[in-house]
Ligand binder design. Structure first.
Ligand code: DAT
Ligand code: MG
Length: 140
């Protein structure tokens, strides 16, 4: 068996739009398990570490500014192949082309701003999940 944990974030746009419950509903309806949850406004040092893979890209500072603009809901979610499974629930990064039926496809759109606001984050690999869970939930 391959039970995994992944880090899910409902980003400030999703929290502001009242979509925490909708995201959790989809996670729970899929049959995944919540291990830990938290709500707080992330600071720049956490966000710079969280997005270290994007350091130097033109969108990273707008991304960090957006991610620190209000509270983020963070969750550790557990299940068999949940890393891939939540990425599938979330849909593609670009909300314009994300498939209908996905969180981003159903609920996000392109606002023409310099950062993509796409409601959720999900870890993209076991190594990323381990690193990101340690950042957002140091007590776990
Ligand atoms: P994902 O969140 O699907 O894993 P990513 O890790 O490549 O996507 O990028 C992290 C976030 O950064 C993404 O959710 C939205 C934003 N982003 C990515 N590419 C962007 C771009 N070209 N312009 C603006 N924002 C971007
Ligand atoms: Mg990513």
């Amino acid at each position: 068996s391959d039970v995994q944990r992944t880090l899910v974030l409902v980003k400030p746009d999703g929290v502001a739009r009242g979509l925490i419950g909708e995201v959790l509903r989809r996670i729970e309806a899929k049959g995944y398990t919540l291990v830990a949850v938290d709500l707080h406004t992330a600071d720049d040092s956490l966000l710079a570490e969280h997005y270290a893979e994007h350091a130097g890209k033109p969108f990273v500072q707008p991304l960090i500014d957006f991610m620190g603009s209000g509270p983020t809901f963070a969750a550790v979610v557990e299940g068999h192949r949940v890393i891939e499974g939540f990425r599938s629930l979330a849909g593609a990064t670009d909300p314009t082309t994300a498939a209908p039926g996905t969180i981003r496809g159903d609920l996000a759109r392109d606002w023409g701003r310099n950062v993509i606001e796409n409601i959720v984050h999900g870890s993209d690999s076991p190594a990323s999940a381990q690193r990101e869970i340690a950042l957002w939930f140091p007590a776990l």
